[in-house]
Every structure is written in structure tokens, then in C-alpha cells.
Design a binder for this molecule. Sequence first.
Ligand code: SF4
Length: 214
Amino acid sequence: MPSLIINEIYRTISGEGSSAGRTCTIVRLTGCNLRCTWCDTAYAYNEGRGMTVDEVLAEVQRLDGKLVLVTGGEPLAQDATPELLERLCDAGCEVFVETNGSLDIGGLDRRVVRCVDIKCPGSGQGDSLRRSNLDCLRATDEIKFILADRVDYEFARELIESGDLSSCRTIFMTPASGLLEASELAGWILADNLNVRLGLQIHKYIWPEAERGV
Ligand code: SF4
């Protein structure tokens, strides 16, 4: 009996976060509990096929994936995802999970790098953060803000300056594609001397026409 609904599994170059530029295997799970206005993976809301955890592991190994990015959709919306993450770690993979921050990240295997995408107001989901997730952040986790405008930037800056993210070493600010220029965001970061990383979604530079699977 399949326990996961998988949208796609493929090899690519990681586009975001600290793994950006590295070869990786993407495991994209179907379904999401949010609906961000600028979502670029709406095809993962419903499309997918049932697979067991063993079948996903076999496919990752067939693709020879050492670095695995588990994403969605929202991967933590499926009950078997924690088991999948643990089994990937046991198999010797370096594992990242990308989550929208609205669901509990506390029970995941400690070997997994948790990349928490905190939604800003411009996404239409700015109140979705599960605040208790901030209490269990570790230095190895990553925070990402995707920013559509100045309001989003100030929302993110206030959260950073509150100290609530201080246990996490790596915070990215990324301009929402087509909505905010990287140069404008860079200017704001410089003016405020913020200790963040400007993150660019490099897969959109490598494959600008692609709508999925990159
Ligand atoms: S959380 Fe991610 S997958 Fe879900 S709607 Fe927002 S951008 Fe799309």
C-alpha cells in the first residue's frame, strides 16, 4: 500500500539555499496546505502517484543521489515524510527538507537540514508561521524569506531583529521572481547592514523557460 504521494523525482542543480549550485536529487511530494499568490509549483497541489518509502529510496539510489532535497508542495503535510527523511539519512544521503513553516518541524531526524520558508504578507499567507517552530531551530537549519516588496522586507527584518531566529546561522532573503529586483533588495540589505544572505533562485537563470522539473 503506497504511503506517499509523489509528484516527481529527478536529478538537477540545486537552485536555492546553502546547497545552491550543487548536483542533487529532488523528491517533490504532492499537496500543500497553503496557497501562496506567487507559487511556482501549483502543479504539485494534486498531481502525483502513490509510492512506498522503499520505492522512493530505490528511485533515489537508482539516480545515484547523495544530496537529496525533499520538497513540495508541502512535504510535511504527508504523515510518512518523517520516516522517508530518516530512511534517506540511514542510506547515507545528505538530506534537506524544504517546508513552509506552518507545520511542526520538531520531530524530524536531527541529521536533516530543515529549510523553513517563512511566508511574508505578499504571499497572502503571512500569518501561517507556526511560532513554536522557532523555539526548536538549530544552527544547521536555514530560514528563507521570499520577498515581493518593501512591506515583505520590513516584515522579515522585524522578525530577524526580534532575535527569534538567532539560533539559526543561515537566513536568506530572496526576491520573488518578477515582483522584486535583486538589485533593489541588495540595496535595502546594504542600507540596513543586515546579516543575511541574498539568495537568488539560480535554476531560473539556468532554465528560464522551464515551468517544472528543474
Ligand atoms: S507553500 Fe510552497 S507549494 Fe505551498 S502554495 Fe506556498 S509556494 Fe506553493
